[in-house]
Design a protein around this ligand. Structure first.
Ligand SMILES: [Zn+2]
Length: 314
């Protein structure tokens, strides 16, 4: 029998990445293309073509694809594999029955979930979260998302909003947010918002990574933005520590990478807000994940859902 693999897909606002992933979480092949390579509103075709290409690669390698898992940056009905209306980075996928549509195309089970839920599953299955009974993944990138695993189960919430930790208000008079709320954590710690705020202060376009570099070089305006991000993150993390008391908290994403040298500042801010005893019991880790990590997310979703659905039907 041919060795079995699954296809993991990460749908981002700018790039769709997909890969063949073996049962040990190794990414055998990784392909990525711009989400809107064929123009605005074409994310679905991009995903479909990427799946076709990986199917061909699997055949060429003599491996069998047994399932496909997609991480999508929005609110997902994972039971039905359907995308909700809150998907700000690939809006054309709103209300799409993505699982059913793609299953038709690939002929194997297709599972869909929020991208950070999928990433949390990947780290729990193969990475920094291995063996944990409870963990929270907070991904700080273009946007800010969360994934919550409690007592060995992914907590999706009653209507799929579980883990939307980027949109907890940490400043009740803060700026309006894309989610309809105000003063959200995202407004202070997402790469997009850090770049935007710095651009206004410096009077020129600047990337989030550059803001961190300027701050490290002693630029006062950049450092003020970085300090605000650390303080906001401390407040946001305290909501996780006090509210969920997880065994592990993992930070991932491009902004988390920039925060690695500033871990002491993040911890100091967190200590200002969290229960000391709860914090002492929490293992906090800022991860520097490679580009395969999000692809492993989709793959971990396939394994998790296959197991879960077997358990609920037996
Ligand atoms: Zn928000």
């Amino acid at each position: 029998m041919a060795p079995e693999v699954v296809i993991g897909v990460d749908v981002g606002g700018t790039t769709v990445a997909a890969g063949l992933v073996d049962p040990d979480g190794r990414v055998l092949e990784h392909h990525q293309v711009p989400t809107h390579a064929r123009g605005p509103g074409t994310a679905l075709e991009t995903i479909g073509e990427l799946l076709d290409r990986l199917g061909e690669r699997a055949r060429a390698r003599g491996v069998t694809v047994t399932g496909v898992g997609l991480g999508v940056p929005g609110i997902i009905d994972a039971e039905r594999g359907a995308v909700g209306v809150d998907i700000h980075y690939a809006p054309e996928l709103a209300r799409a029955s993505l699982g059913a549509m793609l299953r038709e195309r690939v002929g194997v089970p297709v599972f869909v979930d929020n991208d950070v839920n999928a990433l949390a599953l990947a780290e729990w299955t193969w990475g920094a979260g291995r063996g944990a009974r409870s963990l929270v993944m907070l991904a700080l990138g273009t946007g800010v998302g969360g994934g919550i695993i409690v007592d060995g189960r992914l907590h999706r919430g009653h209507a799929g909003f579980g883990g939307e930790l980027g949109h907890v208000p940490i400043d009740f008079d803060g700026p309006p947010c894309v989610c309809g709320g105000r003063g959200c954590l995202k407004a202070y710690v997402s790469g997009t918002d850090i770049a935007l705020r710095a651009g206004e202060r410096l009077g020129r376009p600047v990337s989030a990574a550059e803001v961190f570099r300027l701050a490290a070089e002693g630029d006062a305006a950049a450092d003020a933005i970085v300090e605000a991000a650390c303080a906001a993150l401390g407040a946001g993390l305290s909501i996780i520590v006090n509210g969920l008391n997880p065994e592990r908290v993992l930070l991932a994403g491009s902004v988390a990478k920039s925060l690695r040298p500033l871990e002491a500042r993040v911890r100091a801010a967190l200590a200002r807000y969290a229960f000391a005893e709860a914090l002492r019991a929490t293992h906090l880790e800022i991860l520097a994940l490679d580009k395969d990590a999000t692809v492993r997310g989709g793959a971990a979703l396939v394994h998790y859902e296959t197991r879960r659905r077997k358990m609920t039907t037996s």
